[in-house]
Design a protein around this ligand. Structure first.
Ligand code: PLP
Length: 360
């Protein structure tokens, strides 16, 4: 099938086949990666290679630690404020969708979090011009969600934090490794793996090393960046198989020529889909302002909304699945992560044109 799910999502076929070929016996070890001690030499080589390949892909500077954690991006909504501020510290949240809003609400429990801008009144279809956002100079950090998975709104460039520490923090769950990123602009980047880089169960945190070691006293050990950094992500049993799968994806992305090449492919796919929507004379509509449309998650509606269920049903018959929009917004959503081939998007737009011809 062509799987347009928002996450867990499609993974590269060659990666899955490689994992299959090593499932019972990883490289002559006589063990599956699932059966290995996380402290043995085999798994050590797997996690070290995964980290080093991710560092190459994103050109992560040496002053940043890379952590492979659990708990999803949702756990980071709490871990970030717990690690970066005291309970009385103000922090700024720029809310461009439901995930940014969830991050803000969780942060309120651990610091004085404030929304400096929200796109809620406009149904999360925009990103403000940064000059219009009044930041608190005393804020410990400015938080953004780089790509809002549900609403399809993506930052194309990043706000400059105007707080004293100059810290920008980003949830990159749904556009992680989809394009190059200047990591040095961020204090913390975090992402659940299950969109672009692996199965669910792995959360990647890239954190500037000087920010580590200041966690609030109440911080559970599992949320303390220092514990994980000091133990090279092996304080407790990590999600070994998921990390192995992420490693295979990183290898594959490097073999594709790195993130510049990956971005070119993603732009091609997204342009084709948005063009089809925009050229449909209103039959299909994407509510998101054109300049901030996501390369990863493309929400769209039908002018005749009563046809949406039929659209989803017919698409599924043609083996295009998971096109239903998020339950909170309705309509349709095509998630076209790294591993969705151009042929999958071509098939979808051919179906869309045909559906329009039959129902316009
Ligand atoms: N942030 C974004 C942008 C997401 O898309 C998601 C999940 O879809 C989350 C956070 C929550 O991630 P998790 O389910 O890994 O906690």
């Amino acid at each position: 099938v062509c799987n347009f799910a928002a996450g867990p999502a499609v993974l590269p076929e060659n990666v899955l086949l490689k994992a299959q070929s090593e499932l019972y016996n990883w490289r002559g070890s006589g063990m599956s990666v699932m059966e290995m001690s996380h402290r043995g030499k085999e798994f050590s080589s797997i996690i070290q290679k995964a980290e080093s390949d991710l560092r190459s892909l994103l050109e992560i500077p040496p002053e940043y630690a890379v952590l492979f954690l659990q708990g999803g991006a949702t756990t980071q909504f709490a871990a970030v404020p717990l690690n970066l501020c005291r309970p009385d510290d103000p922090v700024d949240y720029l809310v461009t969708g439901s995930w940014g809003d969830k991050a803000f609400k969780e942060a309120q429990k651990y610091c004085k979090a404030k929304v400096v801008w929200s796109g809620k009144a406009e149904k999360y279809t925009k990103i403000p011009s940064f000059g219009d956002v009044e930041q608190d100079p005393d804020a410990k950090f400015l938080h953004i969600c780089a790509n809002e998975t549900i609403h399809g709104v993506e930052f194309k460039n990043y706000p400059v934090p105007k707080n004293k520490s100059g810290l920008l923090v980003a949830d990159m769950s749904s556009n992680f490794c989809s394009k190059p990123v200047d990591v040095s602009k961020f204090g913390v980047i975090y992402a659940g793996a299950q969109k672009n880089v692996g199965p669910s169960g792995v959360t990647i945190v890239i954190v500037r090393k000087d920010l580590i070691g200041n966690a609030q006293g109440i911080t559970p050990v599992m949320l303390d960046y220092k514990i994980h950094a000091d133990n090279a992500s092996l304080y407790n049993t990590p999600p070994c198989y998921g990390i192995y799968m992420c490693g295979l994806v990183f290898e594959d992305l490097l073999e594709q020529g790195g993130l510049k090449e990956v971005e070119k492919k993603n732009k091609n796919k997204a342009e084709l889909l948005y063009r089809t929507i925009d050229d449909s004379k209103g039959f299909y509509r994407c509510p998101v302002e054109a300049s901030v449309r996501s390369l990863m998650n493309v929400p769209f509606t039908l002018e005749k909304s009563e046809l949406e269920a039929e659209f989803i049903k017919e698409a599924a018959k043609e083996k295009m699945v998971q096109l239903k929009g998020h339950r909170s917004v309705g309509g349709m959503r095509a998630s076209i992560y790294n591993a969705m081939p151009l042929a999958g998007v071509e098939k979808l737009v051919a179906f869309m044109r045909d559906f329009q011809a039959r129902h316009a």
